[in-house]
Design a protein around this ligand. Sequence first.
Ligand code: NAD
Length: 287
Amino acid sequence: SRVRCPRCGFSYRLFRETLGDSMSAQLLDRKVAIITGAASGMGLATAATFLEHGAKVVLADIQQDAGQTAADQLGPAARFRRVDVTDADQLESLVQYAADEFGSLDVLFSNAGAACDLSPVAELAPEGLRRTLALNLDAHAAAHKFALRQFRRQGRAGSIITTASIAALQAGWNGAAYSMAKAAVLALVRQTALESKGTGTRSNAILPGAVLTPMIPPMFGIADADASRFLSRVSAAIGGQTLIGRAGLASDIANAALFLASDLSSWITGADLTVDGGAMAFTKDAT
Ligand code: NAD
């Protein structure tokens, strides 16, 4: 299970040896995860993926009915908690709940978010900015805080994954306030990684491109009832903005989150993982 480099003589351990059984079995065996924004879209897909890989998952969302229905469908290793992530006290009790219910916390996927105010800078009111930052920045900072405290309390490290966006890197997605929040999230992710130095705890960001989830239709003024029809209609157009040639799916993000949650990524921290079908890799003017 080792391969030796013929040039330097260094021998590399293969994945299976580094990771033991987790390569062949389940990547998140016995791990406990919290996922915010888990009632739909990327959070829900990630909950299903984590459970498939042996984790116990607390789904957290502000949508009570959708969240409870999702958890019921996902089976006995899933729980639902109604949480408004903009309320720090609720986040603190969410972390406590996971620890009480399943014994520890190993993975935080801080993922809930939405574009609350699409105003251009010249029209942006303080209230719209504050509301957007509360959901897309402050909530992540609070979630990191309570997860870090739990890791310290339990004497065991964890993996924190935070959903940013390509809006952090490029103007023109979802308005100014959302872009500002998502850019600041990248700084938070790095700071958490730094402050976890030497503890084994890792902190990384996922930057999704345009992914077919319930988040997209409202940006075009489309109501919930027409969302799936709208998504299939715009799917090809979104795909055309990528190098892979298709729009992103929630499962694309779930797979990235699985990688960052698991020991496969044990040497990755403070990183930004763009998952966008290559959209950010080229200019739209290129032929
Ligand atoms: P989604 O709307 O399907 O999921 C977001 C979830 O967050 C919803 O279930 C919603 O109820 C929940 N939520 C909203 N406010 C909340 C609050 N205050 N407390 C608790 N839960 C709350 O959308 P999605 O596309 O799966 O979005 C997930 C993340 O991905 C968000 O952070 C979003 O900004 C980001 N993102 C999405 C895209 C995209 O194209 N869909 C692209 C880049 C980044």
